[in-house]
Design a protein around this ligand. Structure first.
Ligand code: PXG
Length: 463
């Protein structure tokens, strides 16, 4: 396809004049004279309107698992649009791709997770979880079970329920959240919260925080625990060995539902179809989005266990919940084709046996850098912690989040799109990324660290 020509200065002007981008400082975007306009992409590379080719170390926003430029997905969407662009699931109706996708997801989830509810975004998936869980306990005759337990720094979305379930204080501050009935406990972030602590001891301590809170709230009032297998937007927090098994056991001990938010970890990211499979636990509910369609169209899903669905069938009456686009046929058709590609190309196994381990080895080349406190990966997700003093977790200026954005901006200038989360540079490339591209990612981060070190050392201490 010929590339379209855009008037980039005009688009940047219109961006400032009319567009409010997501999770942005509008003063900053204005001062920059508008957003960077991304015009096209291929494989693992994005291109901006100024002609820069940038290696996409973030797979869009943790979602383009099969990479860009997949004609098969384009065709799946076009074919479905031609045959049936839309129909709802409200009128005792459903469409072929919707039903087939539900069956496919049930197969991949395995065990008791045999049913699927569709939405359009990860946030909506977790809104569905919020209402479903409370409804379930109400019809089970335990309406007092309302409390969700989550972790500080968790990310579960940007809607009222998503932000409330999440543990981002800056997000809570906008809109006077969380809503009542959400309790946040410590996250299993050893580099910050258990520096130098033995892994097993830290795992036990972080899991114990959950049990302690359950006992404090009263187990009979706790409805569910929700967690990401690996916290993504929180900074790629890979829990210590044994943590998830302990969490699973605690939930089962008190009869509390376990919700695995697989919006980032699902669809091959950790070298399994789902993160819970890597950690060997058995959730009752699973949230999915992003990699479900590799971001080609918005679609999300909630996997639900047979036990919950039996209760809904017996006592639930009408589940008065759903969205116009629940099970959207075009999005479902694209998701089905996306799953077919992941299976056909063995991308889950590729992450587990080939590119994941390769990434894990390559990132270690940064361990010797004077600015690097820790590197960590699991599958094809990873982080580099930037510290002021080697061998410690001390941050530049004494305040978290000052160094990260400076390193990130240097990486982007040098041709690698990454995110800075506080002082972690995080990576989540497409599952089709090549070995050579992984090497380039690591080289660019190393080079960028060297470039910015003088500027970081010159930062004045925080007030
Ligand atoms: N759960 C998890 C685990 C997520 O990562 C959502 C739910 C919400 O999905 P939607 O589709 O509603 O955005 C997410 C989304 C970041 C960042 O700062 C991460 C996400 C979204 C926006 C920014 O890294 N993850």
């Amino acid at each position: 396809m010929a590339h379209r020509n855009y008037n980039i200065p005009e688009l940047r002007r219109l961006d400032v004049a009319h567009h409010l981008p997501a999770q942005a400082s509008y003063a900053e975007i204005q001062a920059l004279g508008g957003s960077r306009i991304i015009t096209r992409a291929e494989g693992s590379t994005i291109y901006d309107g100024d002609g820069n080719a940038i290696l996409d170390g973030m797979a869009g926003l943790w979602c383009v698992n099969v990479g860009y430029g997949r004609d098969e997905l384009v065709k799946a969407a076009a074919d479905q649009m031609q045959e049936l662009p839309f129909y709802n699931t409200f009128f005792k109706t459903a469409t072929p791709p919707t039903v087939m996708l539900a069956a496919k997801l049930a197969e991949l989830l395995g065990g008791k997770l045999k049913h699927v509810f569709f939405n359009s975004s990860g946030s909506e998936a977790n809104d569905t979880v919020f209402r479903l869980v409370r409804h379930y306990w109400a019809i089970k005759g335990q309406p007092q079970r309302k409390v969700f337990i989550s972790r500080w720094n968790a990310y579960h979305g940007s809607t009222v329920a998503g932000v409330s379930l999440g543990g981002m204080k800056a997000m809570h501050a906008i809109g006077d959240l969380p809503v009542p009935g959400v309790e946040h406990v410590m996250q299993p972030y050893r580099f910050n919260e258990g520096f130098g602590e033995d892994e097993e001891t830290f795992a036990a301590r972080a899991a114990q925080a959950i049990e302690d809170r359950i006992l404090q709230v009263g187990p009979e009032k706790v409805a569910a625990f929700i967690g990401e297998p690996v916290q993504g937007a929180g900074g790629v927090i890979i829990p210590p060995k044994g943590y998830w098994k302990r969490v699973d056991a605690i939930c089962k001990k008190y009869g509390i539902l376990l919700v695995s938010d697989e919006v980032i970890c699902g669809f091959g990211r950790l070298g399994r179809w789902f993160g819970f499979q890597h950690f060997g636990v058995t959730p009752d509910i699973v949230s999915m989005a992003k990699g479900l369609s590799s971001g080609y169209l918005p679609i999300s899903a909630v996997g639900v266990s047979e036990d919950i669905v039996s209760a809904l069938r017996e006592h639930g009456g009408e589940f008065v919940h759903g969205f116009t686009y629940s099970g959207h046929p075009v999005a479902a058709a694209v998701a089905l084709k996306n799953l077919e590609i992941i299976e056909r190309e063995g991308l889950v196994e590729r992450v587990r046996d080939d590119i994941g381990p390769y990434f894990g080895e390559a990132i270690k080349r940064l361990d010797g850098d004077a600015l690097v406190g820790e590197t960590r990966t699991l599958g094809l997700i990873g982080a580099v912690e930037i510290v002021a003093k080697k061998g410690t977790n001390e941050r530049f200026t004494g305040e978290e989040g000052k160094a990260g954005p400076i390193v990130r901006d240097a990486c982007i200038r040098n041709g690698l799109m990454v995110r800075a989360i506080r002082d972690s540079i995080v990576m989540c490339p497409p599952l089709i990324v090549t070995h050579a591209e992984i090497d380039r990612m690591i080289d660019i981060i190393g080079r960028s660290l060297r470039e910015v070190e003088p500027a970081l050392r010159a930062l004045p201490p925080a007030e």
